[in-house]
Design a protein around this ligand. Sequence first.
Ligand SMILES: O=C(O)CCC(=O)C(=O)O
Ligand SMILES: [Fe+2]
Length: 323
Amino acid sequence: MNTLPIIDIAPLFASEETGWHEVARQIDTACRDWGFFYIRNHPISAERIAQLKDAAERFFGLPVEQKLQIDITKSTHHRGYGAVATEQLDPAKPSDLKETFDMGFHMPHDHPDVLAGKPLRGPNRHPDIEGWPTLFEQHYQDMHSLACTLLRALADALGVESAFFDERFIEPISVFRMIHYPPRQTATSPEQQGAGAHTDYGCITLLYQDEAGGLQVQNVRGEWIDAPPIEGTFVVNIGDMMARWSNDRYKSTPHRVISPLGVDRYSMPFFAEPNPDTLISCLPGCQDEANRPKYPDTTCSAYMLSRFAETYAYRREAPAAAS
Ligand SMILES: O=C(O)CCC(=O)C(=O)O
Ligand SMILES: [Fe+2]
């Protein structure tokens, strides 16, 4: 089989539990075989997606100096605008041909965790566009709820209590990101990709992609296959933290984006990551005598910070001015 599974998640929102375990079973199989699948019948409306896409076109269309007013490389807690070539997902290739906007769980300047200087904590840095903060803060919450619903199904599949992930996703460090991939120019080095081959760092990623195409996923034989846009769906994939948590029962699969030719591409991943203090220790149902834990225990924040430093030069260099 060489096409990614498409899972109808409507039963996860029904009042009776009859279809629930069947969806959990399908997700379990998809996470073991692929680490990637599509979901359909999720609660995010087409109207919401259209509003976000419209906002993305307005923001990325601004002059670069204006976008750099919320430069992510000048942020202590990784929020704001990332210009082209800020991120290098595949260290063997040139920096990615994309620009980004990142937001997270909003914490005001006077929140005790912000005052204590906890990493990745602080206020969101939104552009000065009318209606933007309301739209994006609402969307962040809705994506968080959708991720928690999927994680309840994963809890069922992994044999932990159904609230296991809900408890660990309170005040999460999940990131909602908007990405603009400018069209590939013929002069562009063929080596430079929209997003270089990588695995995601967190637990699960829920990705909206527009109709331009270009996302590719590696199958078990190491071949790149297309993950084409399918209207009304999100692409969901497992990240490295969940692979560790599940002792590699679930795969975090390499993927990449080939820059679009002649058209702009917009995508919007939501990277679901737990509360920073969460202990990431092999789940009880994922180990036995023959299958010992493969990874040492870590915490969510220690793990995420080590991974960010690999792909963002600015996070390895001198500390940025506070913002
Ligand atoms: O833009 C896409 O389709 C995928 C982006 C991605 O893989 C990432 O940002 O981690
Ligand atoms: Fe990714």
